[in-house]
Design a protein around this ligand. Sequence first.
Ligand code: ADP
Ligand code: DP6
Length: 338
Amino acid sequence: MTTYTSSWIRAYTNIALIKYWGKADEALKLPKNNSISLTLDSFYTDTHVQFDSRFTADTLTIDGQGQDQNGAALKKAKIILDLVREIAQVDYNAKITSLNYVPTAAGLASSASGLAALAGAASNALELNLSDTDLSRLARRGSGSASRSIFGGFVEWEKGDSDVTSVAKPLDDANWDIGMLFIILDSRQKAVSSSEGMSRTVATSVFYPAWLETIELDLADMRQAIKDQSIQQVGEIAERNALKMHGTNLGANPPFTYWSAESLRAMEHVRQLRQEGYNVYFTMDAGPNVKLIGTYQELKEIKEHLSKYYDPAQLILAQPGPGLTVLPEHVHADITPN
Ligand code: ADP
Ligand code: DP6
């Protein structure tokens, strides 16, 4: 019997300020455009991987729930397992045990933290000693946005034109006053996954060419706004970019939207808060939840203000978070498989 066991690895979610929306290569998950994100401290995934000669199949458990052998989650996880097995020249099956401190598949970026943590844990188990850049490549193969969760702070995923060149890089450590306030409107699984949504949009949306025509300008403006540590600029550009991304979905065939009536109401709150003098903006991903961007100080006040309309559990504040982290042995010791 041979067994290789990882430490528990934590990856934090990231939210894109300039969105990744569309693939140039579906299999390699090469994106059509660069994206820029902020890694956050409030939502994360902890993952443990064990490869063992006695296992008869790969298995994945998320929050104690075994995932379907033919299901999408295990299929994505296997992409990463197969890549590390190939590098290490090991052909044992794996048992993945994962804990999501983030709602799964609700547009809160569980795929980013989930697949980044898996890339870290699977390579840790087989002692591959990969660089952060190689971990970013590996995580990308599981889910594009996961490539950015290897790093903390502001991160840019360079689209590249091959498996080797499509990697994320740290942009700024975000050691200044910026935060996000999540308004969780619906944490159920969404109807159109991000992969499906973006591929339908690339293939059919009459607005998609306009997205690509303006993306370089958005990226350049965002890099400058981050350098200037300007909440107003970061917020305005992020809000514009998110609305444009969601606009492309309306031009798809069949058209679709991730917005609900509640999302529109939350956007209206943000506009109202701006009129009252707050320097606050929003972004949205592949789900109805709305994320506010502002200084952490102001967002704390805004959270108070919004508690008139939302349950406390729906409002979650986040600050910039770190990159991939190896957890000390005592964490999850009670459930660590042996
Ligand atoms: P989200 O908005 O949460 O990122 P997606 O539909 O893009 O939603 O991704 C959700 C998918 O990410 C899940 O169906 C599963 O395939 C994968 N995923 C989420 N959490 C984990 C995890 N902890 N370990 C492995 N895969 C995960
Ligand atoms: C709207 O990374 O989940 O959150 O690569 O197909 O797994 P796949 O997609 P995924 O898409 C994220 C889309 C987004 C924007 C972003 O995070 O940049």
